[in-house]
Design a protein around this ligand. Sequence first.
Ligand code: EPZ
Length: 422
Amino acid sequence: MDRIIVRGNGPLSGQIPIAGAKNACLALMPATLLSEEPLTLTNAPRLSDIATMTELLASLGAEVSQLNEGQVLASACHGEVNPVAEYEIVRKMRASNLVLGPLLARLGHAVVSLPGGCAIGARPMDLHIDALTALGAEIELKEGYLHARTRGGLKGAVHQLRFASVGATENFLMAASLAKGTSVLKNAAREPEIVDLADCLRKMGAQISGDGTSTIEIQGVDRLHGATHPVVADRIELGTYMLAPVIAGGEVECLGGKVSLLESFCEKLDQAGVSVEQTDKGVRVSRRGDRVKAVDVVTEPYPGFPTDLQAQMMALMCTAEGTSVLEERIFENRFMHAPELVRMGASIDVHGGHATVHGVERLKGAPVMATDLRASVSLILAGLAAEGETVVSRVYHLDRGYERLVRKLEAVGADIERVSGE
Ligand code: EPZ
């Protein structure tokens, strides 16, 4: 397995291009099932998760071709559609569950494997099931597969989510777009990736309003047509690379980034003593002094502090002045980066959903292990300013969500290389 070696190498400077959002693209791609006409996504990120979704859609009968080195995904689903999403593929990526709503809308039935848990939590599907049942689906669990069907097609309904689940909101949005009548989703997720999906569905002819707020209204239509849509910039990749010059020193401009997608995160950086400036090309970031101040963080659904930036913020707090408490309210097991950071000399106490970080002057490089996507990148960030060499193993986790990470950090002066392992 490949490893990445990072050596603390002083301040960074230059520009880092931000790619299209993984979490938007993974919701946009299944929308191809909603129409017989082609759906073309531009600004698509080149990631292994996108390859997995491509494999899944192909198994369902959709053709997805990667053009322009994978930055354009041209998909079409005009032939026979296979309603079965196999465990073999679904188990690789939780977002595979986003084919459930579109298959129900297109075919009136679907058999989708439960994704199974993952490193950061059990990640059940009850909110998806409740939402689609509200639209008239009958869903039962048999031998690890959700068997869903509708009698006479999906019908518009009013439904309130118990929790503002991103995936359940996306499945509901896609299914309701082709349901008969009007639907209203209350306590909907408000993430920018939801707005991006709604924008794309509207281009396909869907009638959706209120996306980005907690109440979304969808007027079902008989059919959707093809469209071309640019994937929104990845706010989590943006937040991740914004922390590189804060941890290592220097100044970096993240091209294509928008501060407006990360207001809570930027407020915390401001409190910690970080300068963030929106330029016409992107977001310019630098540390105001030699050391940031410790700040407390609570992860919440958007527009709160993103759970997907909690591990990266913890890496920054390891060398902050003072003590920081990070509370993880979204996932039940998302502190697996903490023991690896402790191996690098960090002082972190984890109790349940709280991690207390006592800042130290400097971390020391060490061999560490990636456990999930965002934990792995937090170790890379920590290595940028650590004394000596940090060797991160199991970097396949990184390839799920960060395209060309080594090249992007090398370009701003980081001493980083990827070595292929046995
Ligand atoms: C999306 O996951 C993202 N993934 C996650 O990013 C992100 O962390 C998460 O939203 C929260 O923002 C994609 O968009 C592909 P949820 P999703 O449904 O939709 C519980 C990354 O690193 N829940 O909002 O699965 C669930 O267990 C990934 O890029 C239920 O209990 O998130 C979790 O604790 C990680 N029942 C919480 O809700 C359900 O039916 C948030 O889940 C569904 C979810």
